[in-house]
Ligand binder design. Structure first.
Ligand SMILES: [Zn+2]
Length: 428
């Protein structure tokens, strides 16, 4: 937990300068509407230090005849090596592929493709691509065509969904959900094998014990982030003793604690994906208890999902005085659920900054998102709320079930759940 290990202090002196120069704090460019926290001074400090630390020899220090009179300025002191690196992280909730979602993707496919989900994500694609690391909860399995595609209640989504996530720029995909085993162990295994063949980090489902023990770590700009994932439920009677695929469950406090601590040992920063809670906006006491347990075990950020409704974002202060950021539910990212509250999700954006061997979270902001679909429940698109319009709201198919759906309703809904501290500047 925020305990960039001592080895990093040593490494910072030797390598961080080069790492940041090569991979770059300066490469962080917030996408429109995301990352308002980056100030010019953040970038300037690092850039100046890099330039000074890697520049040409200082002629006043080298080759000077010691017998010559000292008429020049005092030798410059060597500036300290740059000690700050930064990773921008973005996270969204449930990618919930109902039948009407994949039928829409089928209509939009061209050039011999069977499904094309990419256009649905187009309005947010630049934002996702701009983040150093982007996380998504893949709610539904992708066992393969031979299992037959299906929507609610036992899902099997076309694999073009995952291809779209890769193309849009997601880097970390969670599979630990109540639906992973909808097509039983074989379907879960086929899903995991497929996801592991893609250029993304797959978490929450593992092919065997060895795979499970290999806690995934992503390293960006010299910051090592460990990813841990749990699901509170499985709709299918998942039995770890009988099924080969391992999905870490939230049914054993000691196992949860051990897993998070193990992640904390091998990384600078720990992010926990938590598929938990109930399908209501209220955060249940058991969810809060689990969040506290996970925070105390060493998690720096908890990304919650499963409720299909946005829930609150908070800081949890642990016994040692450090703080864990928890988003109890990021809501839906895409779905064709009926009601207005299921159309509003959250894109949590924050920076991890490592300076002088210590990590911190900077400026966490929950950017609301809106899933749009037509009166015919097609033409899906995901928007950032700041790009959403009243005209879109009026044309939204959710009005059959939620006639009051409008921009004003969305703002009221969001501000009833998310405190000002975590809202974008345009809410002010
Ligand atoms: Zn779920």
């Amino acid at each position: 937990m925020l305990n960039c290990t001592k080895k990093w202090i040593a490494l910072l002196l030797s390598a961080c300068c080069l790492t940041t120069a090569l991979t770059g704090c300066v490469s962080f460019r917030p996408a429109p509407g995301v990352g308002r926290d980056t100030t010019p001074s953040d970038l300037t400090d690092v850039t100046d230090a890099d330039t000074a630390g890697t520049g040409a020899p200082d002629s006043t220090d080298i080759g000077t005849d010691s017998s010559a009179p000292d008429t020049t300025e005092p030798p410059e002191t060597t500036p300290p090596p740059p000690s700050e690196s930064r990773v921008s992280v973005l996270a969204v909730g449930d990618n919930l592929i109902h039948e009407s979602v994949y039928l829409d993707a089928k209509k939009r496919a061209a050039d011999g493709a069977e499904y094309d989900f990419v256009p649905m994500y187009a309005p947010i694609a630049d934002t996702v691509a701009a983040a150093d690391i982007a996380f998504i909860n893949q709610e539904t399995p992708m066992a393969g065509k031979e299992y037959g595609y299906s929507g609610y209640p036992t899902f099997n989504s076309p694999r073009e969904v995952a291809e779209a996530l890769v193309e849009v720029g997601f880097d970390v995909v969670n599979l630990a959900t109540n639906h992973l085993f909808d097509k039983h162990n074989a379907g879960a295994q086929a899903t995991v094998e497929y996801m592991q063949s893609l250029p993304v980090t797959t978490i929450g489902a593992y092919l065997n014990q060895e795979d499970y023990e290999n806690i995934r770590v992503t390293e960006v700009n010299g910051i090592r982030i460990a990813w841990v994932s749990f699901s509170q439920k499985s709709n299918y009677a998942y039995n770890p003793a009988q099924h080969s695929v391992i999905m870490p469950m939230m049914n054993n406090d000691e196992a949860i604690r051990a897993r998070v601590k193990a992640a904390d040992q091998i990384a600078d920063f720990v992010i926990v994906s938590a598929h938990w809670g109930e399908e209501v906006a209220e955060i249940y006491p058991e969810t809060r208890r689990l969040a506290s347990l996970i925070a105390e075990a060493g998690a720096d950020v908890i990304l919650g999902h499963h409720s299909h409704i946005l829930q609150g974002v908070e800081w949890i202060t642990t016994a040692d005085g450090s703080r864990t950021l928890v988003a109890y539910s990021l809501g839906n990212f895409i779905s064709t659920q009926y009601y207005a509250q299921n159309m509003v999700g959250g894109m949590l954006a924050f920076d991890i900054v490592m300076k002088d061997g210590v990590c911190r979270i900077e400026s966490p902001i929950l950017h609301p998102t809106v899933t749009q679909y037509s009166l015919n429940r097609d033409s899906l698109e995901v928007y950032l709320l700041e790009d959403y319009t009243e005209a879109l709201a009026k044309a939204h198919g959710t009005i059959y079930h939620s006639p009051s759906f409008s921009l004003a309703w969305i703002y009221k809904h969001v501000t009833s759940i998310i405190t000002d501290e975590f809202l974008p500047a345009y809410f002010e």
